[in-house]
Write a protein that binds this ligand. Structure first.
Ligand code: MN
Ligand code: MN
Length: 451
């Protein structure tokens, strides 16, 4: 047979049967449930741990000896979690991140201005600040008070929203002349919290403190150590009349995280040891002890090696290992052609994007997978009929970005980026294709199981 000469860039929907479309749609609706339940990294860790326990994963700290087929998890600070299914001392690792851009509260956030109580915020990750104005927000996170941890979640489920208001157009002549980056200052991202004094002697701020004390037992000082996040309150849903896409907050990177979770839960007795890492702090450069930049992964490997009685040294295990950095990438925006190279862009519904390298400018600060390793991954995808595409984040001189791939590369393990193209990335309502989510799950599943 004549080989197909050109790279297939047709829509993935034209390459799947009706029966598979149903699988894609079912998988997507399960994903939407996850996305709506988990709006912070902590909630995601809890969800992942519960699902893993249901499938027989146990805490590695409670396991003395491990053998092939055993399933373990390792959690740290309630903010990152690793899952492993034990096989040979050859590791196949996929890493995604659970944190997403958002508005955190400042240490002392509660203020009052002209009879309105506000909570002051400090944004986390790369956001376009103006996108966070006049949208429904909810508050989630944890407060430490009187020696106890209190989980806070106020919003949609309580029939209640918060918001940050923008100026009315009638008075915005000057504001509209500003550059988008200066349109709203970080110090102006103040969320409306309350407006009703409890009696004529009390200021609204005091009334809000009493309310917080009644509801959570907290005092103002407890804000200082709290981790409270403002996240979009609207629900993630199907998008488009044909329901081929999904819109929601935090597809970056919970879409890849969910694909990875399902892939590792489907691993039964993999030939290699399959490992799923769900890390925190990617959006701020992978600093901190819950990030991919910390020693946690190596510590976890040490534990596995000891409990599995592997003879190989850690550096040998790392060098013979293989890994995928499971993060989203940019999808081509047809109305912003000036920033994309149309021939080297990812497009919605053309499958999981496998990218040889990332970084910015002259490939600075990026990972670059070897020709040999990329060939192994694309051969694996082709053999399993995974629909995949490739691209660059944008035009060479325009910008760029990195993923946690660089942190795995530092350990000596082969690593390549593979994930889901996103439109409107880092906005409060990002868009992905259902088909791309499903093909990403399929790639991670075969990678974790089949080499
Ligand atoms: Mn990401
Ligand atoms: Mn991101």
């Amino acid at each position: 047979m004549q080989p197909k000469l050109s790279f297939d860039r047709s829509s993935g929907w034209l390459r799947v049967k009706e029966s598979k479309k149903k699988k894609i749609f079912d998988f997507s609706s399960e994903y939407l449930n996850f996305l709506n339940a988990c709006k912070t990294e902590r909630e995601s860790v809890d969800f992942i741990k519960k699902e893993a326990e249901k499938k027989g994963f146990r805490n590695i700290n409670g396991s003395r000896k491990l053998k092939s087929g055993d399933k373990v998890f390792y959690e740290s600070n309630s903010k990152n979690i690793f899952l492993a299914v034990v096989g040979q001392p050859k590791i196949n690792v996929v890493v995604s991140h659970l944190d997403s851009p958002r508005l955190d509260l400042k240490p002392l956030p509660l203020i009052e201005e002209s009879g309105i109580a506000f909570l002051k915020t400090h944004y986390y990750g790369g956001i376009k600040k103006y996108q966070w104005l006049n949208i429904p927000l909810e508050m989630r996170g944890v407060v430490m008070s009187k020696g106890k941890k209190i989980n806070v979640s106020i919003g949609e489920k309580d029939d209640l929203y918060f918001t940050i208001t923008d100026l009315l157009p009638h008075l915005s002549q000057k504001q509209m002349e500003k550059k988008a980056s200066e349109f709203v200052e970080g110090e102006d991202l103040n969320m409306i919290f309350g407006n009703m004094p409890s009696d004529s002697k009390k200021k609204v701020k005091e009334s809000m403190l009493s309310l917080l004390n009644k509801k959570y037992g907290m005092i103002e000082e407890d804000f200082v150590s709290a981790e409270l996040e403002l996240v979009p309150a609207f629900k993630a849903k199907d998008l488009g009349l044909d329901r081929s896409m999904m819109g929601g907050y935090a597809h970056d990177d919970r879409s890849c995280s969910y694909a990875l979770l399902r892939a590792v839960l489907d691993s039964s007795k993999p030939k290699p040891t399959s490992i799923a890492l769900f890390v925190d702090k990617e959006e701020i450069g992978s600093e901190g002890n819950t990030s991919a930049g910390s020693m946690h992964f190596v510590n976890f490997l040490e534990m596995l090696k000891e409990k599995c009685s592997w003879k190989e040294r850690i550096n040998e295990i790392l060098i013979s290992g293989e890994s995928i950095s499971a993060d989203v990438t940019s999808a081509f925006d047809p109305f912003k052609k000036d920033v994309f190279d149309v021939n080297n862009s990812n497009e919605l519904s053309k499958g999981v994007s496998i990218e040889k390298y990332n970084g910015s400018g002259g490939k600075y600060y990026g990972n670059d997978a070897s020709a040999e390793f990329f060939y192994r991954i694309r051969s694996l995808a082709n053999k399993n009929k995974v629909i995949w595409q490739t691209g660059e984040i944008g035009k060479v001189d325009i910008g760029g970005g990195g993923t946690v791939a660089v942190f795995l590369a530092k350990l000596g393990i082969n690593v390549i980026d593979a994930g889901i193209p996103v439109l409107g990335m880092h906005s409060p309502f990002e868009v992905i294709s259902k088909l791309d989510l499903y093909e990403t799950y399929r790639l991670y599943r075969v990678f974790l199981n089949e080499q």
